[in-house]
Design a protein around this ligand. Structure first.
Ligand SMILES: Cc1ncc(COP(=O)(O)O)c(C=O)c1O
Length: 397
């Protein structure tokens, strides 16, 4: 049996492959320290786990759930958006809980993209935008993010990309074929958004009749001012936003995310999603609602841990002679590799081979990331310290 054409050019996800290689090294006794993947190792708040436990004990909480999610969770998302982002969302019509924001990316591509429609994706950027859009049959149009522009798109270039794109569809149907993924705080570079940039982005989307999907899972990590693209005036006309509890509430394995935006967009995406899956386990939704009610103190505690780890990662990157901006948000530190290495892949392979430490090569996020590496903060200080010691032995400092 041959695989479907739509899988042509889609390989196994990089980390899925790499983790297998690391497993093999561990089986051979190498004790690899994995500074690659961004899966929070800290637990959720104890009240969240308690809620899950208590609600799971109830006899009537085990059936299929509403496709649009529990009203308790939708109300808590609405309050959360108001409190932290100052965005008003109607809990009944403008919120769609998701089984993680990653699945939302696929739903959005399947909802809006036809064969040959174009989708703008950031280079470097989260690899799932590309693969989901490709599976949906769209033409990928990359927009480059460069360090000299603080990892923001150059709007003049974006205009040119749109003008010259062969696949630019007729602008007859609203949003047809015009989808753009944007993600700030940006992964992998850690760049924070600015309100001015967001205002320009919304104006750009309106001018070109493009639907922007803003992916916003990192706004609480090492950042005191969470910002939503929907907080910009008039944004709901052209913006939908993905958010997630994976990073902000240490719940990556729980799979709780959300799509928010205008009622019409939510209804459109629900048409696809409700044919693919069902509502999440109710106790999990109620526990997620508890998580969203946590106060600033929770985020401060989590960020205190990441701040200390980040100091250690800075130390490690200095040993490797990498340079980096110290004001990055999110779960990673993005750093440029020294000139004696061809690219991040070469440095990553060397560090893995010499010190049994895995660091992600920036090239997996797109060609603009080739000269960079990304180090995760999801490992204990002790482990990062051990990685530093292994590297010191190798470079004799
Ligand atoms: C930029 C970005 N978007 C989305 C996701 C997916 O998050 P989740 O599906 O856990 O909500 C990730 C996870 O690493 C990410 O880095």
């Amino acid at each position: 049996m041959k695989t479907a054409k739509r899988l042509e050019g889609i390989g196994e996800y990089y980390f899925s492959q790499k983790l297998r290689e690391i497993d093999e090294m561990n089986k051979a006794g190498k004790q690899v320290i994995n500074l690659g993947i961004g899966s929070p190792d800290l637990p959720p708040h104890p009240d969240v786990i308690k809620t899950l436990h208590e609600e799971a004990l109830k006899q009537n909480h085990h059936g299929y759930q509403n496709y649009k999610g529990s009203p308790v969770l939708r109300n808590s998302i609405s309050k959360w958006y108001k409190k932290w982002y100052n965005v008003e969302l109607d809990a009944d019509t403008e919120i769609l809980p998701l089984i993680g924001s990653k699945e939302g990316i696929m739903h959005i591509c399947m909802t809006y993209l036809n064969d040959g429609d174009f989708v703008l994706i950031p280079n470097p950027g989260y690899p799932t935008y590309r693969s989901a859009a490709k599976i949906a049959g769209a033409d990928i149009v990359e927009y480059k993010l460069k360090e000299k522009n603080n990892w923001f798109p150059d709007f003049n270039e974006l205009e040119k990309v749109l003008e010259t794109s062969q696949s630019l569809p007729p602008k007859t149907e609203r949003f047809r074929g015009g989808l753009m993924f944007v993600n700030y705080p940006h992964m992998p570079t850690g760049q924070l958004p600015s309100r001015e940039f967001f205002v320009r982005l919304v104006a750009f989307a309106k001018k070109h009749n493009i639907l922007i999907c803003h992916d916003n899972p990192y706004s609480f990590i090492l950042n005191d001012s969470p910002l939503s693209l929907l907080s910009i005036d008039g944004a709901k006309d052209v913006v939908i936003e993905l958010n997630s509890l994976s990073k902000s509430h240490n719940m990556a394995g729980w799979r709780v995310g959300m799509l928010v935006g205008a009622k019409q967009r939510i209804d459109e995406v629900l048409r696809f999603k409700s044919n693919m899956d069902s509502g999440m386990f109710l106790p999990l939704q109620l526990a997620a609602a508890r998580a969203l009610a946590l106060e600033q103190e929770w985020h401060d505690e989590v960020n205190k841990v990441y701040t200390k780890r980040r100091e250690k990662v800075f130390e490690l990157l200095k040993i490797l002679d990498c340079s980096f901006d110290e004001n990055q948000a999110g779960l990673f530190v993005w750093a440029s590799v020294p000139s004696n290495f061809k690219d991040g892949y070469e440095l990553s392979d060397k560090v893995l081979g010499d010190s049994n430490v895995f660091i992600t090569p920036g090239g997996i996020f797109g060609s603009e990331g080739d000269k960079y590496i990304r180090t995760s903060l999801c490992t204990t200080e002790e482990k990062i310290e051990e990685a530093i010691n292994r590297m010191k032995i190798k470079v004799n400092v």
